[in-house]
Design a protein around this ligand. Structure first.
Ligand SMILES: [Zn+2]
Length: 260
């Protein structure tokens, strides 16, 4: 694994989580030493969004995002989040995380509300030209069809748990799929990596979760575990994976995503 190139971007991590309050700078230093140049700092609610914007001022590696976690079915919070995103649009790297979670939300009227809120954020991402950092759980097909119906342009599907068949229309639309270190222990993710073209792949850690070892705190330095797993699954050199994910990340987030 090449180190200290600071080329890779962890495209989805929760560095605002209290899990990192004691040692956030040490965690980011380890990430730099492992070749990670930037982290898209996603959030789940307005408090996270404020925190991410604030943390980015003191930790230049962090690129803040703002979004409402799909299990928060509250139109007032959606309104407040939309206002925050409009106000902070030039400081934000993405809208996220947002999406659909049919694993937690099973009631039909609640799913309809979840869909309505997600659609608002899709439209907002188009209007403001911000990438969408999308959560989908047991809702892969629904997420992809909503994104296509609304003609979303800049899309990252994070920790996609759907079938490869559901992913392919998204690949055709130019959407990206981010692969976490838990790919080493997930047959579904391994299958997804096998089916996806290299040109559609990003890497993420979803820190503090989705690590290679269940229930152990995950951190951005572990991004290299996802990169090496992708190389193994696709039987290609690690450096080819690095080159592809760097290029893909720049296509989605812009070439200056790593600038402090
Ligand atoms: Zn997440």
């Amino acid at each position: 694994m090449p180190t200290c190139q600071c080329l890779l971007v962890d495209t989805h991590a929760h560095l605002c989580a209290a899990d990192f309050d004691a040692d956030r700078e040490a965690v980011l230093q380890r990430a730099r030493e492992a070749g990670v140049g930037a982290v898209i700092a996603v959030g789940e609610d307005l408090a996270d969004a404020h925190r991410n914007v604030r943390l980015a001022k003191t930790h230049s590696m962090l690129k803040p995002a703002a979004g409402l976690y799909p299990t928060i079915l509250d139109l007032a919070q959606a309104d407040a989040m939309e206002t925050f995103i409009r106000e902070q649009r030039f400081h934000l790297a993405a809208i996220g995380e947002v999406g659909l979670d049919f694993w937690v939300v099973k009631d039909e009227p609640q799913r309809a509300l979840q869909q309505e809120i997600f659609e608002r954020f899709i439209d907002l991402s188009i209007e403001l030209n911000l990438p969408l950092n999308v959560h989908s759980r047991s809702a892969g097909r629904h997420v992809v069809s909503l994104l296509l119906r609304h003609q979303a342009l800049r899309v990252q599907l994070h920790a996609f748990d759907g079938k490869a068949g559901a992913a392919l229309p998204a690949v055709e639309a130019g959407y990206f799929f981010s692969i976490p270190p838990s790919v080493v222990r997930s047959r579904q993710k391994q299958k997804l990596v096998r089916q996806l073209p290299l040109s559609a792949i990003l890497v993420e850690t979803d820190s503090p979760v989705l690590g290679a070892v269940p229930n152990q705190r995950n951190e951005p330095a572990n991004l290299c575990l996802a990169v090496t797993a992708i190389a193994q699954i696709k039987s290609i050199p690690v450096l080819d994976v690095v080159a592809a994910v760097v290029e893909n990340t720049q296509r989605l987030y812009g070439e200056d995503i790593q600038d402090g």
